[in-house]
Write a new protein. Structure first.
Length: 317
């Protein structure tokens, strides 16, 4: 709006809205305001931002406000309080408010979801330590009650856990970008609960060498439990250090394994077994009080009937 158009303004009520991108000639507007051709004006945008000086300041028929409402002292104080409150909610209860790059979760939802997020992260971290070659797809299956929850938040936790053994800086925010950069896609499916468990999460990947899978659930105490490994039923709690062994199911194996660990001073906190059937493939999953050494791991691998060993550790406990 220039001086000529302002000069044509007539007395009376007329509202001119310049929020659509028109430009104001400040000198012409000041003259029109002083002469009465323009009865009043309000501005929240200025030639220089932030505005410390303006010809409109002090004029009785002009209202001047900051360009952003949040630029006032009161707004800044309120934003600081709100940010601190949001951070406290996340740290204490896992509640996420108004996040741009994470799914938001309310109070009751967050409390219900949090143990499942821990379960999903641990399942992902376990499977991430089991792969030895490139993976193109991570399959996630939600069965029973868990499929009704915020699956986007769960899938992000699972993906971050899966990538964590290879990437130290991964989190739920950057995990999708890191996965895409590695050609890894994530697929989800839901299903009714099967067998003895009302709800569970199952993960599976296929590498050039083998198909790996793990499933877990929450018991009544809401602590994560492993219920299946590589298609075999295995009931196990998590420990910070674990040993995974696949072997042929032959007499004397458990004793030989315990002897090796005892000789190297490794104490067994839990010992869980699974097998297809007698004499066939079997799995031993041990919780250890300390990380097993390279020498002890090599000796376990050299035991008769052992097919594969994996030293596992978990950062989410």
């Amino acid at each position: 709006m220039n001086a000529q158009s302002l000069a044509k303004a007539k007395a009376g009520v007329r509202i001119i809205n310049c929020a659509r991108g028109e430009l104001i000639d400040d000198a012409a507007m000041v003259a029109a305001l002083k002469s009465g051709h323009v009865a009043g004006a309000a501005f929240d945008v200025y030639v220089e931002e932030p505005a410390k000086e303006s010809p409109y300041f002090g004029m009785p028929n002009v209202i001047c406000t900051p360009h952003l409402g949040a630029s006032t002292r009161e707004a800044q104080e309120n934003v600081a309080r709100q940010a601190a409150s949001y951070l406290a909610d996340y740290l204490q209860h896992g509640i996420i408010h108004a996040a741009i790059n994470l799914p938001s979760t309310g109070g009751s939802e967050a409390r219900h979801l949090r143990p499942y997020i821990l379960l999903g992260g641990q399942l992902g971290e376990f499977l991430g330590q089991m792969v030895e070659s490139a993976v193109s797809e991570l399959e996630i299956e939600y069965a029973g009650e868990v499929q009704t929850l915020n699956r986007r938040a769960l899938s992000l936790a699972i993906l971050a856990g899966f990538l964590r053994p290879q990437l130290s800086n991964v989190n739920a925010v950057n995990a999708p970008d890191l996965a895409r950069a590695r050609g890894l896609t994530v697929s989800e499916k839901t299903s009714p609960s099967l067998g003895a468990f009302d709800t569970y999460i199952r993960l599976a990947v296929k590498t050039t060498r083998a198909k790996r899978s793990i499933a877990g659930t929450l018991f009544s105490d809401k602590l994560p439990r492993i219920i299946q490994l590589m298609g075999l039923d295995v009931k196990a709690d998590w420990m910070a250090n674990m040993l995974y062994v696949t072997n042929e199911d032959k007499p004397g194996f458990i004793g030989a394994l315990g002897t090796v660990l005892g000789r190297h001073g490794v104490n067994i906190g839990s010992f869980n077994l699974g097998r297809a059937r007698s004499g066939r493939d079997a799995i031993a999953l041990l919780g250890l009080d300390a990380r097993i050494s390279d020498a002890a791991l090599a000796e376990v691998q050299a035991l008769e009937n052992v097919v594969e060993t994996r030293r596992l550790s978990f950062s989410l406990l």
